[in-house]
Design a protein around this ligand. Structure first.
Ligand SMILES: Cc1cc2nc3c(=O)[nH]c(=O)nc-3n(C[C@H](O)[C@H](O)[C@H](O)COP(=O)(O)OP(=O)(O)OC[C@H]3O[C@@H](n4cnc5c(N)ncnc54)[C@H](O)[C@@H]3O)c2cc1C
Length: 452
């Protein structure tokens, strides 16, 4: 099989043994350890198709790899699989100004695609902290969320067309730019969020939007969660173009601020919210009304990009990541109005089991998305980390929420999928998988157990 792959892809397209870089072992979750049989690096769609045809014939598993920034172990290979990197299949093919659409190859780094859109006078409406490494194909395969979902939606909401190579090498091309297209089943949405288990994404058409107008950013202190919900309601009603509403519980705010060389609120409030919206008098009016009503206790309005950066640095919490090696970041969603009830239960249950652990909460709460940050004394062993998952995901099930809001299922959340999906839903998903990939060669063991 390796001979055939080398002949089809050339020596630069099929690396084996010591030539395979260490980075091919694991995504950013650092949960993968094995090197694959080979690392395939096709440079064209026809090479992706040729590689899959060969692997399919030999029944050898293929693990698609993008920028390896995933947080669920979805791109980790095992020693009996080949990894297929999309990195050489990169570049923006077309920007259609009238159609406000970009045709882009799957291996294009998100930041490169964003830059090309901006140069042409548009916004590419997908953004996240990993922008310098993650790829458009990986963003689609994980249906990535990110920093501006409130305004721009998830990746699938910005996906107009897609090209995918199926397990047997068949190429499905639907690089359509039309927003309206009701011609049967919409296959795009099958592949968005499929985490490499249904096909290899090779190209896509992404919707572009006008460049945003200048923004105002504020950091507000709030007395309780009812006030957070009231502020969200007011902001949605009065600030068209609201692009961020990020809440931090006091445990997260206080610890992140403690680690930074500057102070934003001397007394950390019960809740802090970052608001971002177009620069318009309505922004200040809203804050004044919220102050008068007692919805907010205090607010800092950024006077410069640097001020806004300081708010976001506190929220992005890189200082916490650095201070607490082994930090577990769980990414869940549930009804927005119940997020604080969940956080209180979750904190109590985790601290009852793990005395002295760090537990804190923050989230894109307008998207019902909560992040739970947990660090166990001494980092915790595998069994203890499993127990943390059991506590948090058990509560997610009780609250009728989702065990993964943004990061996908991969391998790390696979065993908990039944907490968020019914048996009927799981068997429908497995039926789709069996139809598109009857030999089960595409990313086996991810999303579902391999034997499923
Ligand atoms: C600092 C940091 C910040 C992050 N912020 C966010 C955030 O705000 N929101 C968010 O949603 N995620 C976030 N992530 C997670 C990650 O960046 C996203 O999941 C991203 O979309 C993964 O893209 P990738 O190219 O790195 O994919 P990889 O990690 O390489 O792969 C992810 C999955 O997609 C599959 N895959 C990759 N490329 C293809 C392809 N072409 N065809 C088919 N399957 C493919 C892989 O098999 C795997 O299952 C963050 C990660 C980091 C490290």
């Amino acid at each position: 099989m390796l001979e055939e792959l080398r002949a089809a892809l050339g020596p630069a397209g099929c690396l084996t043994g010591a030539d395979i870089p260490e980075a091919a072992r694991s995504d950013a979750s650092r949960s993968g350890h094995a090197l694959p049989l080979a690392l395939l690096r096709p440079a064209s769609v026809s090479e992706v198709s040729a590689a899959l045809t060969i692997c399919h014939r030999h029944g050898v598993p293929v693990v698609p790899q993008g920028g390896m920034t995933g947080l669920a172990g979805g791109a980790n290979p095992d020693p009996a699989s080949v990894a297929l990197s999309l990195s050489r299949l990169s570049g923006v093919e077309e920007i259609d100004a009238e159609g406000m659409a970009m045709v882009v190859r799957a291996g294009t780094v998100l930041e490169t695609a964003q830059g090309a859109a901006e140069e042409a006078g548009f916004l590419l409406p997908i953004d996240m902290g990993a922008r310098g490494s993650c790829q458009i194909g990986g963003n689609i395969a994980t249906n990535a969320g990110g920093l501006r979902v409130l305004r721009d939606g998830m990746t699938r909401d910005n996906l107009l067309g897609i090209e995918v190579v199926l397990a047997d090498g068949t190429v499905l091309t639907r690089l359509t730019k039309e927003v309206k297209n009701n011609t049967g089943y919409d296959l795009r949405h099958l592949f968005a969020g499929s985490e490499g288990t249904l096909g290899v994404i090779t190209r896509a058409v992404i919707r572009l939007r006008p460049l945003p107008t200048p923004r105002r950013t504020a950091l507000a202190a709030l007395p309780d969660f009812a006030a957070v919900l009231r502020l969200l309601h007011l902001a949605r009603a009065q600030l068209p173009g609201l692009s961020a509403f990020e809440a931090m519980w006091d445990d997260y705010f206080a610890f992140s601020q403690y680690l930074l060389p500057y102070t934003l609120f001397t007394d950390p409030p019960p809740f802090a919210v970052i608001l971002e919206a177009p620069d318009d008098p309505a922004f200040d009016t809203l804050l004044e009304q919220a102050l008068e009503e007692g919805v907010i206790l205090d607010a800092l309005i950024a006077q410069s990009l640097n001020d806004a950066r300081r708010f976001w640095t506190l929220r992005e919490g890189e200082a916490i990541d650095a201070a607490l090696p082994g930090l577990i970041n769980l990414d869940i969603s549930l009804a927005t109005r119940r997020l604080d009830e969940f956080a209180c239960r979750c904190r109590a249950d985790l601290l009852a089991r793990f005395h002295g652990a760090h537990v804190s909460f923050f989230g894109h709460i307008a998207d019902s998305n909560l992040h739970v940050a947990v660090c166990l004394a001494g980092g915790g062993d595998a069994a203890e980390i499993h127990e943390v998952d059991a506590v948090v995901y058990g509560l997610v099930r009780e609250f009728g929420g989702s065990i993964s809001a943004e990061h996908g299922v991969g391998i790390l959340k696979r065993d908990w999928l039944g907490h968020s999906r019914s048996a009927a839903e799981l068997s429908a998903m497995q039926a789709i998988k069996a139809t598109l990939d009857p030999k089960g060669i595409l990313n086996p063991g991810k999303v579902f157990a391999a034997s499923a």
